[in-house]
Each structure stands twice: as structure tokens, then as C-alpha cells.
Design a protein around this ligand. Structure first.
Ligand code: ARG
Length: 463
């Protein structure tokens, strides 16, 4: 049987394989709420512009509300023969209200309809991310405030480099996330234009009011070019790229949490709520949430790549290729939101093991740079010479298996005769971090100030 929505000039129905490759209802049913909102805005506008009667618009609105309720209560019968969410809803509307249903599609096309639905969907997701990223930033900033002077080793090359505070380390992620937040906010501004009324591609001869539908749907304005309106998908690419970068940031923190929670590091304890046990090894506590977050960039970058490659080289304007814009995008949007929420919970519950962190901060001669700086500042040695002298002192401490701060003065003097007692003031990890007061440095006073400023700003935004 030919399609009842558009089959006028078709004598035959589609081949079974054609029906299968063509149908999108299995995934685009997710757009039902946006599709109904778009149709309601369109119907109301059509009546205001006297393109359809008020009575028809009222019937359409009522019917669409009923369909929404059917879908939400699981009573709606989605049909693959009706291809997609748009035709499924319109067909049901016809069953419910009869003839007026046929007037809804005046002055529009599925091309501007789907472009509108998809923008609304992506916009809603972005709004969730904007608040979810801020939730995570706040959790991190609060943990940083509580740990502004908790010492830990700072790493480069994952080798102990210089001592830092745990708070400083956490605030590095707050900075990354603040840029993710900016990317989402920025993408939202460009996304928030209404394609509705672009019709199939060329606009329409009916006296529609695109500003009215844009306003009704919370868009800032209508898109300015109907061909661009139906064929642009860069709004989704932009959001997916912001998701991908954000997921990469989350994966770095996730990886650190995995490392920190090993029995070798023991820097943090994760709560029962975000770990799992092993079915065979009773001693284990596995950081599954962190591992899954670490894995997410694969599928999220995959979604970006899928959409980018699908769009590449597509001629103007709409093409059915674009139906393939949705599945991976939905998946990526769902997964970044899940990852943000899981990370927020994990960070909130995470307990630092201050003794283990301090012990690690003390190992690896992490104050060697402080010794070199003392030689430069007190003995006026050129830094390169100081580096050399320090290297020899570190070698001595290593031989004797003691911390730099426990190496006898006589040993240091055997390397350089002018070193005096004063050097011990800079060799402890506490002194080392306290001295790093340069802007952006790890001194506890700096970290406390930064953490408080972030907490204040983030809490302020929520009110
Ligand atoms: N299901 C289609 C999509 O997602 C809707 C638009 C169909 N437009 C068309 N001219 N066949 O892209």
C-alpha cells in the first residue's frame, strides 16, 4: 500500500528493505515533545495569520496535547510504516480530530520541522549541561576549599615533581570546566535561531509570521536564510565538540581518581556509592564509575566524527543523509550528562587520605627545586650551577636513603662549602608550597582565596 501521508502519485508501497532503511521512528520518537511544541506554535501562528481558522487551530492544539499524553503514558502506537515521528504524530492527529489535522502541514515541510525539533532537543540538552557543569565545578571548588593546605606530590610525566596542595590540583579542573561551560553557553547563542517557516527549502507563499513561532519556542530570532535553515547542522557539531572536549577533561580526572584510589597510591577513598566489589576477590573496591567516565570520549568523539563526516560534502539544502544526524548525537548528549552527574557524586563523596598524600609528597626529593632556588637567592649562584650542586646533594640523600630535609648539613657542605643552616627553612614540603605565592601558584593562601571565590561565584549563580 502506498504511504497514506504522501502516497498520492505512488501506485505501490515501498520494498521491505526500503521501509527498513527509511524509517527513523525507532530513534526520532525521542523528539516527540519538541515536535508537538513546534506544531502547536505553528498552528497558533497559522490561525493568527488567518491561514487556517481559529477553530481548526484549537482542534489541532487539543489533539496534539492528547497525543502527548498518549505518548507519555506509553499508549501511543508508533508505526514504522509511518517512517518518522512527524508522520506518526500527524497521522494520529488525523485519527483523533479528522479534517483539521490535514491543515497543520500548511506552510511547512518536514525539513524545517525536523530542523526545528532537533535544535530544540539539543538546546534542552545544552541547558542541562550548563547547570551540570556548574554542579561539578562547585563540588570541586568546595573540596578544594576544604583541602587548600592538604599536601600532595605534584607530577609531571607522572613523576613526583614539586609538592602542591590537593586543593590546587582540584582547582585546575575547575578552570578546565569553566572553559567547557563557556563553550556550551557560546554554542547555545548561535544555536538559538528558529528554522521553522523555512518550509521545504525556499520559504513559503503563505503570509506566515516566523518571529511569532520563534518567540513561542523560546528562540532569539528566526534563521535568516531558508536554505540554511533546513540544512544547517553545525549547531549540533558545535555542541558535540564541546561535549567531546568536556568528556576529555572528565576522563583525565577519572584517570587520576583511578590511580589515586589504587592500594599503591591510596591518595583517596571513594565511597561505596560510586564503586563496586569483585565477585571473586573480597578485598577489592573497583572504581567503575571513574573507569566508565574515562571511557566516554570514545563514543562522544565518535558521535562528532559521525556527524561531521555525514555532513561533509552535502550539497544544499536538505538531504535524507541528515536523518542520520540523530542517533549518535542523542547517545553522546545522554552520556556526557551521565558522566557529569557521576563525576559530581564521586567528587562530593571522595575522601582524601592526607597521611598518604603527605608521605608521597615527601618522597622523590620533591623540594630539590627549592634547594636550587635557595642557592640562587642566598648564595647568588647562577641557576644552572645551583641545579648542578643540587643534583649532587640529591644523589647523596639518595645514597643515604634520607629526605633532603634530613640530610646532615655536613653532607651538603661537602658538596658546596657555603651552605648554612638557613637552607633547612626551605627543604620541607610545607615551606615549599607556602613559598609558591606567585599568581596562580600553589601556596595554600592562594588556593584558599581561589576556592572561596569560585564557591561564591557558583553559589551566587544558583540563587
Ligand atoms: N525523518 C526525516 C529526518 O530526520 C524528516 C525529514 C524528512 N524530509 C523529507 N523531505 N523526506 O531527516
Amino acid at each position: 500500500m502506498a504511504n497514506k501521508m504522501w502516497g498520492g502519485r505512488f501506485a505501490q508501497g515501498p520494498d521491505a528493505i526500503m521501509a527498513k532503511i527509511n524509517a527513523s521512528i525507532d530513534f526520532d520518537k525521542k523528539l516527540y515533545a519538541q515536535d508537538i511544541a513546534g506544531s502547536k506554535a505553528h498552528a497558533v501562528m497559522l490561525a493568527r495569520q488567518k491561514i487556517i481558522s481559529r477553530a481548526d487551530a484549537a482542534a489541532i492544539t487539543k489533539g496534539l496535547d492528547a497525543i502527548k499524553a498518549e505518548i507519555e503514558s506509553g499508549k501511543f502506537n508508533f508505526s514504522a510504516e509511518l517512517e518518522d515521528i512527524h508522520l506518526n504524530i500527524e497521522s494520529r492527529l488525523k485519527e483523533l480530530i479528522g479534517e483539521p489535522a490535514g491543515r497543520l502541514h500548511t506552510a511547512r515541510s518536514r525539513n524545517d520541522q525536523v530542523a526545528t525539533d532537533f535544535r530544540l532537543y539539543v538546546r534542552e540538552a545544552v541547558d542541562h549541561f550548563i547547570s551540570a557543569v556548574q554542579d561539578l565545578m562547585l563540588a570541586l571548588a568546595e573540596k578544594a576549599e576544604a583541602n587548600a593546605s592538604t599536601l600532595m606530590p605534584g607530577f609531571t610525566h607522572l613523576q613526583s615533581a614539586q609538592p602542591v596542595t590537593f586543593g590546587h590540583h582540584l582547582l585546575a579542573y575547575v578552570e578546565m570546566l569553566s572553559r567547557d561551560l563557556g563553550r556550551f553557553q557560546d554554542a547555545r547563542k548561535r544555536l538559538n535561531e528558529s528554522p521553522l517557516g523555512s518550509a521545504a527549502l525556499a520559504g513559503t507563499s503563505y503570509p506566515i509570521d516566523r518571529k511569532a513561532t520563534a518567540d513561542a519556542l523560546g528562540f532569539d530570532r528566526p534563521t535568516r536564510n531558508s536554505m540554511d535553515g533546513v540544512s544547517a547542522r553545525d549547531f549540533a557539531l558545535e555542541v558535540l565538540s564541546a561535549c567531546a572536549i568536556c568528556s576529555i577533561h572528565l576522563s583525565r580526572l577519572a584517570e587520576e581518581i583511578v590511580i589515586w584510589s589504587t592500594s599503591q597510591f591510596r591518595f583517596v577513598k571513594l565511597s561505596d556509592k560510586f564503586t563496586t566489589g569483585s565477585s571473586i576477590m573480597p578485598q577489592k573496591r573497583n572504581p567503575d564509575a571513574a573507569e566508565l567516565i574515562r571511557a566516554k570520549p570514545g563514543r562522544i568523539l565518535g558521535a562528532f566524527t559521525a556527524l561531521a563526516v555525514m555532513m561533509k560534502g552535502l550539497p544544499m539544502s536538505y538531504a535524507k543523509d541528515m536523518q542520520e544526524d540523530k542517533e549518535q548525537t542523542f547517545d553522546a548528549l545522554e552520556n556526557i550528562e551521565l558522566a557529569l552527574a557521576a563525576m559530581t557524586g564521586m567528587v562530593r563523596d571522595l575522601e582524601p587520605n592526607k597521611d598518604a598524600m603527605l608521605a608521597a609528597a615527601n618522597s622523590g626529593f620533591s623540594t630539590a627545586t627549592d634547594l636550587a632556588d635557595w642557592l640562587v637567592q642566598t648564595l647568588k649562584m647562577p641557576f644552572r650551577d645551583a641545579h648542578h650542586v643540587t643534583g649532587r646533594i640529591v644523589a647523596l640523600a639518595e645514597q643515604k636513603n634520607v629526605l633532603l630535609s634530613d640530610l646532615p648539613l655536613a653532607d651538603m657542605r661537602s658538596v658546596h662549602a657555603k651552605i648554612d643552616e638557613g637552607v633547612f627553612r626551605v627543604l620541607s614540603v610545607q615551606a615549599s608550597v607556602a613559598s609558591r605565592k606567585s599568581q596562580g601558584g600553589t601556596a595554600p593562601a592562594n588556593v584558599l582565596g581561589e576556592a572561596k571565590a569560585w564557591v561564591k561565584q557558583l553559589k551566587g549563580k544558583r540563587k
